[in-house]
Design a binder for this molecule. Structure first.
Ligand code: COA
Length: 260
């Protein structure tokens, strides 16, 4: 599929999706959200794609937020629809994707940009990354899951302060907060994400899919995560990957997962 606002490239099991509006600091307009939805959906079905890396084009930004020019004249109804549609199409969609998604935060990740990074399964950042949820400075609140995922990742007090002050934190502070897992120089960012992707790819994709479901269950209202874990754990025993993984261990050889 031909995209206007993103680039997608697959090599050695890794698909790198790059948000490509550098002149607008990769701000998320409607078209970009739709294209990202299509790309994630396509790659989740693509047998060649084992891990997805999401990043921004240029040296300055991952994503500098939702495209402010698109919603400046919205009313209450349209505002609500904007958040609901975006969450459904992209943010919840990415969080629940069975293919692992790593955000490689290569610069500003503000507003919807940080919300998108937080919807990914985990994050790595370059030393020049700056993260924040500045929405209250615009008279609005984070609407793409930021009020929920930021406290999950950094704790309520830190999230309150970040959201209330509309301030930005640098990569080291984000690391200290647990918002990103690793910080490296900008020219090492993608190779670090690829190295981690390589480690993930050695494991059972079927088991990883089950793990994502169980981990995410912890954060879903009215869902007992322990029960989801028991169910997913049990399901694994019926898979070819389980037979191969346990046999390989007992035979002292490297597992060759049928679904890898
Ligand atoms: N929506 C729409 N356009 C955006 C944008 C956004 N969220 N963020 C940046 N842009 C555009 C700018 O309007 C500018 O476009 P122009 O050249 O056509 O005028 C271009 O991207 C470059 O941004 P600029 O502000 O000139 O870069 P800067 O280096 O001076 O500042 C930021 C960088 C990130 C501090 C600044 O762009 C910013 O504050 N952006 C908005 C962040 C935000 O509030 N996000 C939350 C939205 S809910």
């Amino acid at each position: 599929m031909k995209y206007q606002n993103i680039l997608s490239h697959t090599s050695n099991g890794i698909t790198t999706i790059t948000i490509n509006r550098p002149n607008k600091l990769n701000a998320l307009n409607r078209a970009t959200i739709q294209e990202l939805h299509e790309a994630f959906k396509t790659e989740n079905k693509n047998q060649e794609t084992k891990v997805i890396i999401l990043t921004g084009s240029g040296e300055k930004a991952f994503v500098a937020g939702a495209d402010i020019s698109e919603f400046a004249d919205f009313d209450v109804v349209k505002g609500k629809q904007l958040a609901a549609k975006g969450q459904e199409l992209l943010f919840d969609f990415v969080e629940n994707l069975s293919t692992p998604v790593i955000a490689a935060v290569n610069g500003f990740a503000l507003g919807g940009g940080l919300e998108l990074a937080m919807a990914c399964h985990f994050r790595v950042a370059s030393t020049n990354a700056k993260m924040g949820l500045p929405e209250v400075s615009l008279g609005v609140i984070p609407g793409y899951g930021g009020t929920q995922r930021l406290p999950q990742l950094v704790g309520k007090g830190r999230a309150m302060e970040m959201i209330m002050t509309a301030g930005m934190i640098d990569a080291n502070k984000a690391f200290q907060f647990g918002l990103v897992n690793h910080v490296v120089e900008p020219d090492e960012l993608i190779s670090l994400a690829e190295k981690i992707a390589g480690k993930i790819m050695r494991n059972s994709s079927v088991a990883i899919k089950a793990a994502v479901k169980a981990i995410n269950a912890n954060f879903k209202d009215g869902v007992d995560g322990y029960k989801v874990e028991v169910k997913q754990f049990g399901k694994c025993f019926g898979t070819e990957d389980f037979k191969e993984g346990t046999s390989a261990f007992l035979e002292k050889r490297k597992a060759n997962f049928p679904n890898a």
